[in-house]
Design a protein around this ligand. Structure first.
Ligand code: BG6
Length: 498
């Protein structure tokens, strides 16, 4: 099996890469730096244009200055090469567009029709508020720029619940076929997340152990030290469950739990992930009360600095939005029945880390009854970020005479040490895949809707029980104590700094 990482970047047709929201945070912080890195590697097809669309009154020259500044801010100084920056800027154009003003859109039509070659791929990247996804697609259709080879790329959030997700998908689906729609979950573009598939399926030793026979439980943590910052307006309507669990954490769970596809193809991986989402045990109201924990950060100390509470970040009290969630899920299928998957994510936690810990069962028989020292269950610790790596925790005999003393040891694989290559940002891979037309690492409509289907009873129950507000946890900690209890109740503990 091979991941499509080595897909050709030469021989691709020239593209018009149109970014709606071209002066927004996502475009300037992530998309344009990612395009720059691909430009530097000479991977952007010859003749490719990058067209920023925004409401700003900018001409091409003005937008190029904005892009240049963004690159200076968001690309590591050692990676900035004047020649590559110049090549990228030569490709850049800007159009002043307002989704509400139909007249503007003829400018886009004019610019795209300047290059009428039928091979040319048009990528429409919607780096804008989801409320504009439908209206922008409609405008694109009205001005006649959507062709069979065109693609549309959507950022999350896709809806705020199942119904609204369906409405967004319907609106976009009226203009683009499902095969033309690329829904980004940037976690799928992370190197270490793709490596999870390789670790599982390009090696043989794990697969026989990867089931309820040998796995006691799985923990998935995505912890951030940042607060909501300037994004309070969006975040307060979303919360950690919608912002992180419905997409990133469930996608990680899928990659851990899925069956091996026969090969890595456009639909096969997504088919297997969908089966996992569909096998998640639906939560009843009692399950939600028992198996979910909500928190919101209070004041505290992060990285040595005193930081404000969530309410202070928002500028008002009274919000019942969670900035932390921990929950226990179960995948009801032959492989995983009875194995808890504990998920947690939060802002303003004690460290930034995304990791998966697979905790194996204790040995079935105590062979060393007179040994001293701890016996601990084997754990495979897969660190997604910040440092990518993998650690297998084992028990070894402490060297020396006079009986057997056991000591925990670990086999460590650090990617930074093992590989000298620069690890590209998730968006570099994903952007190139939109140009290539490879949807493997994008979320299909049925996946998004299956994830909402599972999350929705939790949202509903939380809405019905407003008296159970999120518990405050001090910023700079590992979340509310109730999150620790969630595992302690089952005789387990979170693997901190595993
Ligand atoms: C985004 C969320 O999808 O992911 C943010 O909206 C979050 O709230 C971010 O901060 C985390 O991404 P990463 O790549 O920094 O782990």
């Amino acid at each position: 099996m091979s991941l499509p990482t080595t897909e050709p970047t030469t021989g691709l047709p020239a593209s018009d890469f149109v970014v709606f929201g071209g002066t927004g945070d996502l475009a300037l912080r992530k998309l344009l730096p990612a395009l720059y890195h691909r430009e530097r590697e000479h991977q952007l097809p010859e003749g490719t244009r990058i067209i920023g669309g925004s409401r700003s009154e900018l001409d091409d020259h003005g937008y190029r200055l904005v892009v240049r500044e963004a690159l200076q801010t968001h690309v590591a100084p050692g990676d900035l090469e004047a020649e590559a920056v110049g090549r990228l800027l030569d490709r850049i154009h800007h159009l002043t567009l307002d989704a509400e003003t139909p007249d503007d859109w003829h400018l886009l039509h004019g610019l795209l029709k300047e290059r009428p070659d039928p091979e040319r791929v048009r990528v429409f990247y919607l780096a804008v508020s989801p409320a504009l996804f439908g209206p922008i697609c409609e405008r694109l259709e009205q001005v006649g720029v959507v062709e069979p080879s065109s693609r549309v790329v959507m950022e999350k959030p896709i809806g705020t619940d199942l119904d609204s997700a369906r409405r967004v998908n319907d609106a976009v689906g009226r203009v683009f076929d499902e095969a033309q729609i690329f829904r980004i979950d940037h976690y799928l573009g992370k190197e270490s997340v793709q490596n999870l598939l390789v670790t599982r399926f390009a090696n043989t030793f794990l697969e026989p152990l990867w089931s309820s026979h040998w796995v006691d439980h799985v923990q998935i943590t995505v912890a951030e030290t940042l607060g909501v910052g300037e994004r309070g307006g969006y975040y307060d309507h979303a919360g950690a469950l919608r912002d992180m669990v419905q997409n990133h954490l469930l996608q990680l769970l899928c990659l851990v739990a899925m069956e091996p596809p026969t090969y890595v193809g456009r639909e096969t991986v997504r088919d297997e992930k969908l089966k996992v989402l569909q096998a998640l045990k639906p939560m009843t109201a009692e399950d939600v009360d028992r198996d979910t924990v909500r928190g919101a950060y209070g004041q505290g100390v992060v990285d040595g600095a005193v930081v404000p509470s969530y309410a202070e970040d928002l500028g008002h009290a009274g919000s019942s939005t969670e900035t932390f969630v921990a929950l226990k899920a179960e995948v009801q299928n032959w492989r995983w029945a009875g194995v808890p998957f504990y998920l947690r994510t939060g802002k303003r936690m004690d460290r930034r880390v995304s990791e998966i810990v697979v905790v194996f069962k204790e040995p079935p028989h105590a062979m060393f009854p007179h040994a001293s020292g701890p016996t601990t269950a084997n754990r495979l610790h897969i660190q997604v970020q910040p440092e990518e790596g993998m650690r297998l925790h084992m028990t070894a005999k402490e060297p020396g005479p006079g009986g057997i003393r056991l000591r925990p040891v670990s086999l460590d694989l650090s990617y930074a040490t093992a590989f000298s290559e620069r690890s590209p940002d998730a968006y570099e891979r994903l952007i190139m895949d939109t140009i290539r037309g490879n949807p493997t690492l994008f979320m299909r409509r049925d996946e998004v809707e299956a994830a909402w289907t599972w999350v929705e009873p939790i949202l509903q129950r939380w809405a019905e029980t407003p008296d159970r507000r999120p518990k405050t946890y001090p910023a700079g900690t590992s979340g509310p104590t109730a999150a620790a209890m969630l595992l302690e109740r089952d005789g387990r503990t979170w693997q901190e700094h595993a």
